[in-house]
Design a protein around this ligand. Sequence first.
Ligand SMILES: Cc1cc2nc3c(=O)[nH]c(=O)nc-3n(C[C@H](O)[C@H](O)[C@H](O)COP(=O)(O)OP(=O)(O)OC[C@H]3O[C@@H](n4cnc5c(N)ncnc54)[C@H](O)[C@@H]3O)c2cc1C
Length: 434
Amino acid sequence: MRPAAVYPDSWYAATANLHAVYPALAGAVSCDVAVVGGGYTGLSAALELAGRGYRVVLLEAERVGWGASGRNGGQIVTGYNKSMAVAETLAGRDDARKLWDMGEEAKALLADRVARHHIACDLRWGYVLGALRRSHLAECDAMLAEWQAYGYQKARLLDRDGVRALVDSPAYLGGLYDDGGGALHPLNYALGLAAAAARAGVRLFEGSAVTGLETAGGGIVRLTTAGGVVSARYAVLAGNAHLGPLSPAVTARMRPRLMPVGTYIIATERLGEERARALLPSGAAVADMNFVLNYFRMSEDHRLLFGGGVSYSARQPARLGERLRRLMLKVFPSLADVPVAYCWEGLVGITINRFPDFGRLAPNIVYAQGFSGHGVALTGLAGRLMAEAVAGTAERFDVFARIPHRPFPGGRRLRMPALVLAMSWYRLRDVLGW
Ligand SMILES: Cc1cc2nc3c(=O)[nH]c(=O)nc-3n(C[C@H](O)[C@H](O)[C@H](O)COP(=O)(O)OP(=O)(O)OC[C@H]3O[C@@H](n4cnc5c(N)ncnc54)[C@H](O)[C@@H]3O)c2cc1C
């Protein structure tokens, strides 16, 4: 049996709430639903299914919240990675309307779970999208008009002074303020969901990587780990960017549609309350509008958490941290004297069209992946919709499942170089201000 892995060294791990260590799977277990992956998606599905009376086993390869769910920027964002106009093109107007409504439900679900399960994760509302150039200002206008057309009333435009009152940086020409966006401590949110799932009766196993998935006789799904085997009537696959080649169907259907991309975050040393408040007086979370965007917020202990960039290889964290620090100083030149205390990397799973990919590998095997940097809220909804699908009411799950997805070009060997080229192009556009 493998000992439980440690969380990667991050400010989140350093400030994690007291939490349980769940055992590794040993021997044969049977249940109604087996969930693969202990990030937000899997935890949400497990919680929802247990609430509906199913006997649920959750298998996590490392620790709950070990993947993107315990490392991300914690930003709760409105809508999807792409505009609703793109959603309408992909899904049609009726389904786009449902997607919008479910995007809003995702944020409400997150807030409800934090409150209901008393999850101490520093949830705060208020979100600024900062425009770095004139074309971004036009994008803000268009975004606001689009959101309002969908009935959204929580956002407003900011001029240069307006944004400066919220973010003390010379970088922004204006932007958009969203009361319905916000931020939280991502690892503590994941740990709180896991504790809630355990209380609801979910059997959680850590250090239990699923290496095989097959359908046995009578529609039973069999999932194999190094220490045991789970037999279930249904399987929910929530391994996202970390999911390995569990079965031929996973390899053929899921993996080509998902690109795992490394992205990273730094946390500065403590700034002190006064300096922190001067930089971000309202405490709102912030993101800029570049294609390869930067995002940041202040931690409870007054550090700037600054994320962004993409990496396609296992670089040294120190080099990544230095690169990100230079980007941070462009936003806040006044932080030149502040050392970086933490730097960590995570894998974000993206799809070609940047909408999440939901589907079925068999009538009793569902999956959701590829939240494309918008998963903090949408994953909770994904878990709920997979639970609905298992319970036999798949209308809402199918709204997502109908979104057409293509495989990344280049096959397994060439898709990463192709993406590097594409991202370099967009990064160049950001730098040149096109
Ligand atoms: C650095 C970074 C910053 C981000 N910032 C934001 C942000 O600010 N806002 C936002 O909305 N989104 C953000 N995201 C994206 C967001 O974190 C993800 O969309 C979300 O966490 C995905 O949750 P998940 O449960 O689907 O996947 P994960 O959290 O990655 O969980 C998958 C889990 O499955 C486990 N697993 C995989 N395969 C197996 C297997 N075979 N057997 C058992 N277990 C398995 C893994 O160990 C992992 O714990 C960011 C991502 C990163 C990496």
